[in-house]
Design a protein around this ligand. Sequence first.
Ligand SMILES: C[S@@+](CC[C@H](N)C(=O)[O-])C[C@H]1O[C@@H](n2cnc3c(N)ncnc32)[C@H](O)[C@@H]1O
Ligand code: SF4
Length: 456
Amino acid sequence: MSTDSSLLKKYDVPGPRYTSYPTVPYWSDSPTQAQWIHEIAAALDLNEKNNIGSAVYVHVPFCRSLCTYCGCNTRIARSNAVGLPYIETVLKEWDLYLEALGGRRILLKELHLGGGTPTFLSASELEYLIEGILSRSRIADHPELSIEADPRTTSEDQLRTLSKLGFKRLSLGIQDFDPRVQEIVHRVQSEEQVRQVTETARQLGFTGVNYDLIYGLPLQTQQSVQQTIEAVRRLRPDRIAFYAYAHVPWIKPGQRRFTEEDLPSGDEKRALYELGRRQLEESGYREVGMDHFALETDALWQSACNGKLHRNFMGYTPELVAPQFGLGVSSIGDAWTAFAQNEKLLESYTTRVERGELPLLRGHLLNEEDRILRKHVLNVMTTFGTDWSSPELQTPYLQSVPEKLAEFARDGLVELTASSCRVTDKGRPFLRNICMAFDARLSRQAPKTQLFSRTV
Ligand SMILES: C[S@@+](CC[C@H](N)C(=O)[O-])C[C@H]1O[C@@H](n2cnc3c(N)ncnc32)[C@H](O)[C@@H]1O
Ligand code: SF4
């Protein structure tokens, strides 16, 4: 189904991607270091009693060169010498957590290395980092260990080491295979390069390969997206993140290196997604949540079917794992009752860890209303609907939601009752807009400056 162009225009506004609620710019009640540890300890006590393990996310910010579309926290580094000192700092941060938690050995269910580019680190550096985290923890049954990798800087040696350490999931940054698009975004890589990394990983025992694609990049056309998806079909990853390009040049000046005139317009951008979706579905992929696709054999699709799908700072995940520790520069931790983000500047992060402090920059202690609204935002993002008829899911703000969504209902985007909403197929492209109706903090205080990318 193609989306009506007048609806795309009407609902194309700046809006959050809702990888958390409240969204980061609306965090207001920062925990102290002691409060943060208290919240983490409470989450550990609650979950470990039921044998539920935690997740650790490690941010490795380094990249060899800048892809001009990039919205991530990165540091371009030409020398390998930065890797080892950074790992030492991350391991020290992990030690600070374990000490503050009274020397307990955390039950670890998931470890994710993201970035930046974790495969900037050599095989032996990766081993040192991963061993350093795992050896200080108890490992849960069937742990999920995953890494984001740039196919241009991923060697067989690194993949072998990761596989030996138990990594089974690999996420490759692809974005687009069209040479014209690759050149303008300063990210040139061939299908052959990607094939080699994918096949080597599979031979070494990786069972879940994800590709990141982006639609809405400069110079992309229907034809270039079609060709990209055809290449993806040949390589057959298990999972695909098909992200909407987030254009935020006021935060990421690198995005000013191409002209905005080369960006597909709202209508064209949506048409690129719909073309990609059609092709992926014809090839056996199932759409999961907002911008993800998975084969039916993949855990993401299975958890979407059995109602366990979750969304956090990393995007969609097969299940809720809490707490989530965020290690490394700019990482975000989630204790479920509170969030905290590390210093975003590498030098500040390093200095604070070296001083023996947790390098927290800001955070948020969720109040009762936040917790209830987060549940509804999560429901909309993962199951395309929510219901607030039961007393524990109610809070006074929700009384205003039907009025806020009335226009969406008139446009056929949601089916609405006084205490529930269900997103229709026609409403799927507007999930972010629909979540905005549940966002009490955004509704009480409109942003004074540009904060978010546009929703279409
Ligand atoms: C940390 S990067 C991936 C790993 C590795 N650095 C690479 O590029 O291959 C995570 C993903 O974020 C996505 N991404 C980065 N900037 C984006 C933007 N402005 N809009 C949408 N997605 C973006 C890309 O798909 C990218 O692969
Ligand atoms: S897309 Fe990946 S490799 Fe490119 S700058 Fe961003 S994090 Fe680095």
